[in-house]
Design a protein around this ligand. Sequence first.
Ligand code: BG6
Ligand code: MG
Length: 222
Amino acid sequence: DIKGFAFDLDGVLTDTARFHAQAWKKTAEEVGTKWTDELAAGLKGISRMDSLEMILKAGNCEHSYTHEQKAQLADEKNEYYKKLIDTLTPEDILPGMAEFLMEVKHKGYKLAVASASKNAPIILERLGIADMFDAVVDPAALKSGKPDPEIFVRAAELMNLQPCEVIGLEDSIAGIKSINGAGEVSVGIGDKDELYEAAIHFASTAEVSLSTIQGDPYFSKS
Ligand code: BG6
Ligand code: MG
């Protein structure tokens, strides 16, 4: 039986995925990496330093920067990103997600946030939903980021649930792999081709509800 939900933040609860992309695009231009849809999709869900490495590798210039220069590039990206999220308010919760959070909370499900972002706590405050969650995984305390299962395994632990009792919601392929690897049920929200490994798929957050999830063919198969 499903007893809890683990939510990705950027691109699931709010549209900050586009701010991350906007900020990384600037970094890519600075280091001379061509910005493509493929690179943008591959960066979703990936930690700050892993994202930078991916951008440098895509431009074949990962060896041209010292450790300090890389730290500086990541800092600059984060400063720019922080300006972009400065204006977030509860209005910026993605369509249907405030209602979904209330619905599952009211029905007694446990709720956790499984975001790779060190900015997650501040974003949850700005959106006015920080109090809804039983747990927020601290990404700084993890050995490996998405697509490694660790973050979603930790989310289940913090909710005191078995992975098979948890549904994870994600907009990134790295996140879907992490949920599947953890042994949880994956819900992919966004482009179907990009999220082909998701157990359950929705084109947008507006379609997400307890009844659309429970009514998905995935559950009648088992
Ligand atoms: C994830 C985003 O949620 O957090 C990634 O999908 C981002 O794009 C990652 O790189 C790390 O975020 P932050 O805020 O710690 O740089
Ligand atoms: Mg995301």
